[in-house]
Design a protein around this ligand. Structure first.
Ligand SMILES: [Cu+2]
Length: 152
């Protein structure tokens, strides 16, 4: 095998633990968040996630805004997403849109009541192709309240 200078640089950086591609630095949870809005049902489609396909990128801070625009309560539940992200916080908004509660620690699923809004702030850590987004209320998954999540 012929050893070229490019091969040497790649091999050396691999041995020293430097990734060949760019790497993140600093506190990833202190970025400006990318806002992603998801409706947990609306008046026309009370048993749907709108949109039902979500995509995120690793290393970026997201503010996932979950608003229930239907007349029944719903869950946003994806065990795969919960495992693949670092949660900075969850925020519960009051009727005036101002934060009334902030929750720290791991989030597994969020239940949002009719008219309610909750924000889930997280940084994806792993790539994933997930098909486990669902509302866990009896009958809702079967009725089509499901979705998929891609983390690139
Ligand atoms: Cu539901």
């Amino acid at each position: 095998m012929k050893i070229t200078p490019v091969f040497l640089i790649l091999a050396l950086s691999f041995c020293l633990g430097f990734p060949a591609s760019a790497s993140a630095t600093g506190d990833l949870t202190k970025q400006d968040p990318i806002e992603v809005k998801v409706l947990l049902g609306d008046s026309k489609n009370p048993l749907r996630f709108i949109p039902a396909q979500l995509s995120f990128e690793t290393g970026k801070l997201y503010k996932l805004v979950l608003h229930n625009a239907s007349s029944t309560k719903h869950y946003f539940s994806s065990a795969g997403l919960a495992r693949a992200v670092f949660t900075r916080k969850a925020q519960v908004l009051g009727a005036d849109g101002k934060t009334i509660a902030e929750i720290k620690g791991m989030v597994r699923e969020i239940e949002v009541y009719p008219g309610g809004t909750t924000e889930w702030w997280f940084v994806p850590l792993q790539t994933a192709e997930l098909h486990d987004l669902k509302c866990t209320i009896k009958g809702h998954t079967e009725a089509g309240m499901v979705g998929s999540i891609t983390i690139r």
